[in-house]
Design a protein around this ligand. Structure first.
Ligand SMILES: [Fe+2]
Ligand SMILES: [Fe+2]
Length: 169
């Protein structure tokens, strides 16, 4: 099946581009990819909404993005990343910009959500295939199960079993 590029489609009525999902964005981590599909769907829906009606949808999208980034930051912390690292820093910078957009929109700059959406589409297409794909690979290499958020390497499991046997005997 043909999948279009993340930023190529155009809306019927104006020059605003519509973000569309592409399987090229898959990272291999099922939970991360599910979250990314939701991100793409919400971003796409936002770009198909008239500017005057975008705020509520944008705020819901912002909330989803806060949770999306917190999830990845949490997985990084659980698997040995330093609390500050360039991936988490990038998340924080994006969220700060997304939050600032709300104030500008409320001050009458009603095209700003469309501009932010376009920039986010371009950013995400890069981020998903670089930092997120790298994180997915790292999670897999250390045996981290993102569905249960547990470290399940054979070594970890064996150490826990030995510890359990010592306590219970
Ligand atoms: Fe992500
Ligand atoms: Fe990320």
């Amino acid at each position: 099946m043909h999948t279009s590029s993340p930023t190529s489609a155009a809306t019927p009525s104006n020059t605003q581009s519509v973000f569309t999902w592409s399987d090229d964005l898959l990272t291999g981590d099922v939970r991360m990819d599910d979250t990314h599909r939701e991100f793409a769907e919400q971003l796409s829906a936002l770009t198909r909404t008239p500017a005057a009606e975008q705020l509520e949808r944008y705020q819901a999208f912002l909330g989803h993005t806060v949770a999306h980034f917190a999830q990845e930051d949490r997985w990084m912390q659980a698997t040995g990343f330093a609390p500050t690292n360039c991936h988490s820093d990038q998340h924080a910078m994006i969220l700060e910009t997304m939050q600032a957009v709300v104030a500008h929109y409320l001050q009458g700059e009603t095209d700003i959500i469309n501009r932010m959406a376009e920039a986010l589409g371009e950013w995400f297409a890069q981020h998903a295939v670089s930092m997120d794909a790298g994180l997915a690979q790292h999670l897999q290499s250390v045996g981290f199960d993102s569905a249960t958020e547990t470290l399940g390497t054979p070594q970890t499991a064996a150490a826990v079993a030995v510890m359990g046997a010592g306590i219970l005997s």
